[in-house]
Design a protein around this ligand. Structure first.
Ligand code: AMP
Ligand code: MG
Length: 396
């Protein structure tokens, strides 16, 4: 098997990807992180009518006769109360957000006015339309403001609310089954006996998947036994849209996942040129897409971010998910390798430092810093070089 590049692996994966979930209506307030299943089109103008951007006086420009000619104050318009048409030759006291009365074409801010309550003296006028926020300035009726595939953020929910919409059509959450494999694994809270280590992947993946808005079906740990693995995988294929395992996909005698998946569907072992991250497997279990992540925790973490995430986002129907690295200065030297490396780094005002121990078993390297430098295959990095950094935040 020859090595394939990270981008080729992603292309292969995403080419065969389809949206795996149908849609449902939910309440707006439950929408954070959910994915729109249909476009949001505004049925109204926002704002619905011309309104004042200032506290001041609304009038008709042509009624103004100079700074020493008082105008009668004929009405008072607070935000939330509908105005009467403006009586000719008068001004209306008006407040920010209040509707402009029919007939007025300017608002003069109160700082430029003197009043005794009954009438008002206006220092100077600017052009017609000044301090008036026209109807539809924010959104015009009929505009598509958000498109299907948008993962909803706080500002999107605010925008939808501003259109008066209380229920939204979103994709059902993609259900992802996770299974940790490994005879040596023991759960936190229990005593690790001789030869045992704690299961970190399970808890890390669960958090990553929920952070991305997926429903997690946690199938716990399986021992390294083909019958047990087969049973769990079968159950997972019935209950979930996608199955993710960690560990057991190398070519060791205790790595049974490959053979089992082969017997239930199909599996391709990919030699992806990614470090950390080998080995990675893709296939299906009884029709359910299957992603086999490496067992080493850093490899599991990096492949989950770089390879699994795009696949899962596509399956969820998320349309824009590409991540643009930021350029920063390297404060370290690092020789390149044949694989694309994801170096765990920490950024500061002068650039990025590297965590000394880049071994795929050292999960602390991911916690020490705040992101990764992407080092292209065969590319050396020298102190002072500008490098591609992906802060972990961008994977949210
Ligand atoms: P494997 O791919 O199963 O050979 O696992 C590779 C390495 O990762 C071994 O040292 C395992 O003990 C370790 N490992 C596998 N799964 C986990 C896990 N869920 N949590 C922590 N370490 C793991
Ligand atoms: Mg194992």
């Amino acid at each position: 098997v020859s090595m394939i590049s990270v981008s080729e692996a992603l292309e292969r994966l995403r080419n065969q990807c389809k949206v795996l979930v149908d849609d449902k209506k939910i309440k707006l307030d439950d929408g954070l992180g959910r994915v729109l299943a249909s476009d949001v089109v505004s049925a109204i103008n926002v704002p619905p009518a011309d309104n004042s951007a200032m506290d001041g006086y609304a009038l008709r420009c042509k009624d103004w006769r100079g700074s020493d000619h008082a105008l009668e104050v004929s009405q008072r318009i607070a935000a939330g109360t509908p105005p009467r048409p403006l009586k000719a030759g008068t001004a209306a006291r008006i407040f920010t957000g209040a509707e402009i009365p029919v007939g007025a074409d300017i608002v003069v801010m109160q700082e430029k006015c003197r009043t005794d309550g009954q009438s008002v003296l206006i220092e100077a006028l600017s052009d017609p339309g000044a301090n008036i926020r026209p109807k539809g300035q924010d959104i015009r009726r009929g505009t598509t403001v958000l498109e299907a595939g948008q993962r909803l953020r706080a500002q999107d929910l605010g925008l939808i609310a501003s259109l008066g919409i209380a229920r939204i059509n979103v994709r059902r959450r993609l259900k992802v089954a996770i299974i940790s494999t490994g005879e040596e694994l023991v759960e936190p809270g229990h005593i690790a006996g001789p030869g045992q280590i704690y299961n970190s992947n399970r808890h890390m993946l669960k958090a990553m998947l929920s952070n991305w808005g997926f429903a997690v079906a946690d199938f716990g740990v399986t021992v390294d036994n083909p019958k047990v693995i087969s049973k769990v995988l079968t159950k997972a294929s019935h209950e979930a849209d996608v199955i993710i395992t960690t560990g057991g996909v190398s070519v060791g005698e205790e790595d049974h996942v490959k053979a089992v998946v082969e017997s239930l569907g199909h599996i391709d072992l990919w030699r992806v040129a990614i470090k950390p991250g080998k080995p990675f497997a893709f296939g299906d279990v009884l029709g359910a897409p299957f992603l086999g992540l490496p067992g080493n925790p850093v490899s599991a973490f990096v492949t989950a971010l770089v390879i699994a995430r795009p696949f899962l986002f596509d399956s969820q129907g998320i349309s824009h998910q590409d991540i643009l690295p930021v350029r920063q200065t390297a404060l370290f030297d690092k020789k390149g390798s044949p694989r694309q490396e994801y170096l765990r780094i920490r950024s500061g005002p002068d650039g990025v430092e590297i965590f000394e121990q880049q071994s795929s078993g050292v999960l602390y390297s991911t916690c020490w810093g705040d992101g990764m430098v992407v080092q292209k295959p065969g590319e050396d990095i020298s102190r002072g070089d500008s490098v591609d950094v992906i802060p972990y935040m961008l994977f949210n």
